[in-house]
Design a protein. Structure first.
Length: 505
């Protein structure tokens, strides 16, 4: 059986140039000489290929984000509480070096911590990442020097994760490497990259998306399992994959991915589960017991009503809302006139989790940035969303500055609620345009050149075997009653050009 690389329908087509299709990208390109001409060299040769350029730009933006943290690095982390908020340069990393026992050589999950938090409240692979950084921290100076060096070591490791993310996004859509500039130039990535350790899970998830696009379900599953061992949200990738494989009848590939994910997750977690069960389960109990916190619409409800919400009630309501969102995505997937792209559904399900969750930390935007670049590679919509996220980033620090300073200089409660609303509306806006692309596939920029699903792997160009509603009887296409309704939207890659649906979308 030929590999995905051998039977690709994209390898002989020229790369898509965003400056030829996106007015915002064309206008922005004037800063570097304007859109490329038709005689410009393609990215397959030379030193500065598109993938390398994207990786270098991402590293450069990461470095700018590190520079933005310099006021805290120099003094604000260590002098009072509000200074790190007024300079918008807060990071968990130096504080947890001391607060989670790394400065004392305590082993995560196995050694009990002093204070209110008995054990490290992060998943196992993230805990390992934090521990490796502490081993690489060779500073023997004052505690402040050790905290600075710990942040710097973590920043170096997270910079590698950033480069991995940029490369994976650039290569996931074979003919659209320049779409990864959305990730590399995202202001929210530069601002939030070193707040916490989320980039590890984001890098593993981006690599998983790349592997699925190359038709390698086992590698995809292993990477999803590792990503879930670093952060919870990557497990949601399996939900959209289930729906798409159901519609396309790709059950073997889905089962392979699930087995790979379960196996990789167990390999990482099982040793800690067996030998430090109390420490291992702290992440899960902490997530359940955590009260309504920053960034969620639940906080707006609590602050506006003046009545605290019970943790159990919020957990129940948030779970119900997430289940309703998943049911809506299932209906959208099975009833859409054309099978949604994998990246579109992954973006929507992760966004639904963020919108319904009882907490939204500023760095959670990192989860969505690579997915947004793959789901909706349009600069206008991406920048609108990013502007909303930057406003929220500033809003939360100004609110904390207001609440922690005696002079109450910063953003009052009503202003912070407005910042939360801006974040929610920006995310909902981007979800809305992605849903519109699914319902009106002719408006999907990725599909306008005749592609089907460049990140879909075995789903790319595959025919449907199960659909519901009007999708079962599209205009001009007769449904076939063979193992359920069958709609010939795609042309199998090994038989044709893979130019999308035979019926007009």
């Amino acid at each position: 059986m030929p590999s995905a690389e051998e039977r690709s329908v994209y390898q002989d087509r020229p790369d898509v140039r965003p400056t030829r299709r996106d007015s915002v990208a064309a206008s922005g390109s004037e800063l570097i000489g304007g859109p490329s001409g038709r005689w410009a060299r393609r990215g397959g040769s030379g030193l500065l290929t598109p993938v390398r350029v994207v990786a270098l730009v991402a590293i450069g933006m990461f470095a700018l984000g590190m520079a933005q943290k310099m006021p805290c690095y120099n003094w604000a982390w260590f002098r009072g509480t509000s200074s790190q908020y007024t300079h918008a340069c807060y990071s968990d990393i130096p504080h947890l070096y001391l607060g989670r026992g790394f400065s004392e050589g305590l082993l995560p999950y196995f050694d009990r911590l002093p204070g209110d938090m008995e054990y490290l409240e992060y998943p196992v692979l993230t805990g390992l990442f934090m521990q490796v950084a502490s081993w690489l921290n060779l500073s023997d100076g004052s505690m402040q020097d050790q905290e600075r060096m710990y942040w710097m070591v973590n920043a170096a490791m997270l910079m590698i994760c950033t480069a991995v993310i940029a490369v994976c996004v650039a290569r996931t859509h074979r003919r659209r490497p320049w779409d990864a500039l959305l990730v590399a130039l995202a202001p929210a990535l530069a601002l939030t990259a070193t707040i916490n350790w989320d980039l590890l899970a984001v890098a593993l998830t981006a690599a998983a998306m790349l592997m699925w696009s190359r038709g390698r379900p086992m590698a995809f599953g292993i990477l999803v399992g590792l990503a879930t061992a670093a952060k919870l949200y990557p497990v949601f990738l399996l939900g959209p994959l289930f729906l798409l494989c159901w519609r396309a009848g790709k059950w073997r590939e889905f089962a392979t991915a699930v087995l790979g994910a379960a196996g990789a997750w167990l390999v990482v977690n099982l040793p800690v589960m067996l030998f430090a069960p109390e420490g291992w389960k702290k992440f899960y109990t902490f997530s359940q017991e955590r009260t309504v916190d920053f960034g969620s619409f639940w906080l707006i409800i609590t602050q506006r009503t003046g009545e605290p919400l019970e943790v159990e009630s919020v957990n129940t309501y948030a779970t119900l809302l997430m289940l309703l969102a998943c049911a809506g995505l299932a209906a959208l997937t099975l009833c859409a006139p054309r099978r949604p792209r994998f990246a579109q559904l992954v973006f929507l399900v992760v966004a639904a989790f963020i919108l319904t969750n009882k907490v939204y930390s500023p760095q959670y935007v990192l989860w969505l940035i690579p997915l947004a670049a793959l789901a909706r590679p349009r600069w206008r919509d991406f920048l609108i969303w990013q502007a909303c996220e930057v406003m929220y980033f500033l809003g939360i620090w100004m609110y904390l500055a207001y609440t922690t300073s005696e002079k109450h200089q910063g953003l009052p409660t009503e202003g912070y609620q407005a910042a939360i609303a801006v974040h929610l509306l920006g995310t909902l806006y981007l979800c809305g345009v992605v849903v519109r692309d699914i319902l009106m596939p002719e408006r999907d920029g990725v599909r306008q050149d005749g592609s089907d699903d460049p990140s879909g792997g075995v789903l790319d160009g595959a025919a449907d075997v199960f659909v519901l509603g009007r999708a079962a009887h599209p205009a001009g296409t007769a449904a076939q009653a063979v193992e359920g309704p069958r709609v010939e939207w795609g042309t199998p890659q090994s038989q044709g050009s893979g130019t999308g649906p035979q019926a007009s979308a």
